[in-house]
Design a binder for this molecule. Structure first.
Ligand code: GLN
Length: 307
């Protein structure tokens, strides 16, 4: 089936023109607070390499928590799922992305790899098994996207560290429970680095193609993970990709996806496409307000919810 996603994007954006864009841009660091709130980018790549785009699809922004999928993917490749799932769970948290409460009950084991606590444990795993964790992560992203220009923002990484008191609290609590094995500064350094990676919607949709295509980036013919692993990462995104709004995203959009406080969302339809949207105003749960509406409209009009 040939769906004209590009036309659908225009329709959806037109329909949303009358909708007041609620929410605020993340303002805890300058690099995010300074972004023009009216930016709007969309890019969809089909598994047979048709490209559909809209607006600011080519402009880079801070991918923030979308990077949690990439660090998880690399960690699964490094130590395998069986070892990983002893350190971090695969259950939805139903709590805010930076919440501390469940860690106390679960003895330092984060509910899943897509909340801050879980991603920090994943970074600890990467620090244990990589020689140059930051560079190795960046090289991995460049390899799976086929794009050697992808980079991080040093200023954002520095500011994340200066304002990251909750992340320090999370790692210290987990360290007390024995679930952090490396130096706290080194682990958080990698975590903040991963949050500060910048990509455009186009680059995101190309990077995440492997999750739409059973583990292989079809454009590059690069095997990223095996098909079972791709399935598993998608299932975790489906249940845990939007913190305490994962149910809402699943209900309205019907795709596995992951958001970040930079206003980006990546979502995939296994067997069909990978799509990224960027709209910086966030709702109360820290997910892109308009981004969710656009994806809802897109899957509704194209009838491509996985359900
Ligand atoms: N840098 C943010 C943090 O660690 C990332 C959170 C997010 O994108 N939800 O708090």
């Amino acid at each position: 089936i040939n769906i004209d996603y590009q036309a659908i994007f225009h329709e959806v954006v037109d329909e949303l023109a009358g909708v007041h864009d609620r929410g605020e841009v993340a303002d805890y660091i300058p690099g995010l607070a300074d972004v023009d709130p009216n930016k709007l980018g969309i890019h969809l790549t089909t598994i047979d390499n048709q490209q559909h785009s809209y607006g600011d699809f080519d402009e880079r922004f801070s991918i923030q928590s979308i990077s949690k999928v990439l660090t998880l993917t690399l960690a699964m490749e490094m130590i395998g799922g069986d070892n990983l799932w002893k350190r971090v769970g695969i259950e939805p948290s139903g709590s805010a992305f930076n919440s501390l409460v469940q860690l106390e009950y679960e003895r330092g084991m984060p509910r899943n790899p897509f909340i801050n606590a879980g991603a920090i444990v994943i970074c600890d795993v990467l620090v244990s098994c990589l020689d140059n964790p930051k560079q190795d992560l960046l090289d991995f992203i460049r390899r799976i996207s086929g794009n050697q220009t992808i980079d991080y923002c040093a200023k954002t990484a520095e500011m994340e560290s200066e304002t990251g008191f909750r992340n320090y609290a999370l790692i210290n609590l987990m360290r007390d429970f024995g679930n952090i094995h490396n130096d706290i500064e080194t682990v958080l350094d990698l975590y903040f680095y991963s949050c500060s990676i910048t990509m455009s919607c186009k680059e995101l949709s190309e990077t995440f193609m492997f999750l739409a295509a059973y583990g292989t980036n079809p454009m590059l013919n690069t095997v990223v993970v095996n098909p079972t692993r791709a399935q598993r990462i998608n299932s975790i995104m489906q249940l845990c990709g939007f913190y305490d709004e994962a149910g809402e995203f699943s209900f309205r959009v019907g795709l596995p996806g992951k958001s970040g406080v930079g206003g980006g969302i990546i979502a995939v339809h296994p067997g069909r496409y990978s799509v990224a949207v960027w709209s910086p105003r966030l709702n109360k749960k820290g997910n892109s307000y308009k981004g969710m509406l656009i994806l809802e409209g897109m899957t509704t009009k194209s009838q491509t919810s996985i359900f």
